[in-house]
Ligand binder design. Structure first.
Ligand SMILES: [Zn+2]
Ligand SMILES: [Zn+2]
Length: 185
């Protein structure tokens, strides 16, 4: 288990990776980029040199907090990612290299100055695991566009005109008139 220190770069230089590969475990990782970590991250990285490239196979577990795009409430997002990535020296990025990449069909990233940055790898993989849209739950009703009520928690009295369906509007109106009739009685 390699110790993780915040102040020194956490990683290894290329020539320190033994030919048989290197296994790195991490746990209790509580800070990375601007992500809000709830359950500290743990996992492993296995590094193996392939010429000037480094093949990395790893896993990350934990959970972070995201904010729902629809209702603006925070919610827990669980992470359980297994990945494989091929690291190439940054300077080798050229047309020939790109051609090779598409044949490999492997996720590719880059390292700089002959240094493999573990946190950089983990952070990149975390970003890849994030959803395209942050939605707190299936069928989140979001906020009422008129009064801002969180419609997952309560209903409001605003009339929402759905232009796509005239029947929906009719239904809304009918519900309202039924309600007001009910009140008068
Ligand atoms: Zn939501
Ligand atoms: Zn409303």
């Amino acid at each position: 288990m390699e110790e993780f220190e915040k102040n020194s770069p956490w990683g290894i230089s290329l020539d320190e990776i033994p030919p048989e590969g290197l296994q790195v475990k991490f746990e209790d990782l509580k800070e990375i980029g601007d992500l809000k970590i709830i359950e500290p991250l743990s996992g492993h990285l296995f590094l193996k040199k392939r010429g000037i490239e480094v093949w990395v196979k790893g896993s990350i577990k934990g959970s972070i907090e995201l904010t729902c795009d629809l209702c603006l409430e925070n919610f827990l997002f669980s992470i359980d990612r297994a990945f494989e990535v091929l690291l190439q020296p940054k300077r080798s990025l050229n047309y020939e290299g790109e051609k090779e990449l598409s044949l490999e069909e492997l996720e590719v990233s880059f390292y700089e100055n002959s240094f493999i940055d573990y946190l950089g790898i983990i952070y990149e993989e975390l970003l890849l695991t994030l959803p395209f849209r942050n939605i707190c739950r299936e069928g989140c009703k979001g906020l009422c566009p008129v009064c801002g009520t969180n419609l997952n928690k309560e209903t409001c009295r605003c009339v929402k005109v759905k232009k796509s369906s005239p029947f929906a509007v009719l239904k809304e109106l009918r519900t309202i008139s039924e309600k007001s009739i009910g009140k008068e009685v």
